[in-house]
Write a protein that binds this ligand. Structure first.
Ligand SMILES: NC(=O)C1=CN([C@@H]2O[C@H](COP(=O)(O)OP(=O)(O)OC[C@H]3O[C@@H](n4cnc5c(N)ncnc54)[C@H](O)[C@@H]3O)[C@@H](O)[C@H]2O)C=CC1
Ligand SMILES: O=C(O)[C@@H]1CCC=N1
Length: 255
């Protein structure tokens, strides 16, 4: 694994429970989860070959960092990239034509509740894809997509998604504090409410999201008043539409 920051270590925490022996190269880390081997420079693995090389550095750094690792890929091996946007074709070219599978995980992978998109690019074999699917299933649910463009849309929806959710929760808690609650009370109530509502919506056979919303909303009651302020003019819907589009557009820029 090349790079083991926030997302890399979230995945490694799950992967390290498996039987594989994993080596991490990261000059910025003093330790990594699960007892994986950590080195700070590629020179320390000169001459060693790996069945899978995971790209977990920032997309903007790939051109500088990854070409040297082409020499570390075992015959029949492949490259698994979690970088946002950066295309499989460009990565393969940078790594001497190596097969590439792109993955877009999200941060709740750290607790085994991630949502990951998987895109096996040209050159990736069925065995490579099966290996990635197994690896990513250890970190949560997976969806395998048929086009790279779709993966960039998964990035906008799910990859960046926890960021939107944390921001919504932060704003919701701030509003709760303005109703007179302490920070701790606001956090507990807001996360409890979001968590409970999501758990209920995730039950097998749950109602549609619209029906669930309606089941909270008494005619002429408090929820109706709150919802009118929240999205009566479709402002929230429009804002979320713009949010996903902006994230997708950025992924396209990073290709
Ligand atoms: N943070 C997230 O929620 C998600 C991130 N990603 C992708 O994961 C990748 C990493 O993102 P984060 O973990 O958020 O960033 P990060 O900044 O936390 O991690 C990047 C790591 O790369 C290391 N690094 C820098 N130079 C290096 C070098 N020469 N060799 C090896 N390692 C080096 C840094 O020390 C750092 O630990 C990005 O490509 C991003 O698009 C994908 C999905 C979600
Ligand atoms: O913000 C980013 O670019 C990365 C990719 C998805 C989540 N974090």
């Amino acid at each position: 694994m090349v790079g083991c920051g926030k997302m890399g270590s979230a995945l490694l925490g799950q992967w390290a429970k498996g039987p594989e022996s994993i080596t991490v190269v990261d000059p910025g880390q003093e330790s990594v989860p699960g007892g994986a081997r950590l080195v700070s420079d590629r020179a320390e693995i000169e001459g060693e070959c790996f069945d899978c090389i995971v790209v977990a550095v920032k997309p903007q750094m790939i051109d500088d960092i990854m070409p040297a690792y082409a020499a570390n890929l075992a015959p029949g091996g492949y490259v698994l990239s979690i970088a946002a946007g950066y295309s499989a074709g460009r990565l393969s070219q940078a790594m001497n034509g190596a097969p590439v599978v792109r993955v877009m995980p999200n941060l709740p992978a750290a607790i085994g509740q991630g949502v990951s998109g998987i895109y096996p690019a040209e050159g990736a074999t069925a065995a490579h894809t099966a290996h990635v699917q197994d690896f990513m299933a250890r970190a949560g649910t997976t969806v395998t997509v048929a086009s790279e463009d779709e993966l960039d849309r998964v990035t906008a929806v799910a990859g960046s998604g926890p960021g939107y959710v944390f921001e919504i929760a932060r704003a919701y808690a701030l509003a709760a504090m303005e109703q007179g609650f302490t920070e701790e009370q606001a956090r507990e109530m807001v996360l409890g409410t979001i968590g409970g509502a999501i758990a209920m919506a995730s039950e097998p056979g749950a109602l549609s999201l619209e029906d669930l919303r309606n089941s909270v909303t008494s005619k002429g009651g408090t929820t109706a008043a709150g919802l009118a302020a929240l999205n009566g003019d479709d402002g929230l819907t429009d804002r979320l539409r713009a949010t996903l589009q902006a994230a997708y557009d950025r992924a396209v820029e990073l290709r």
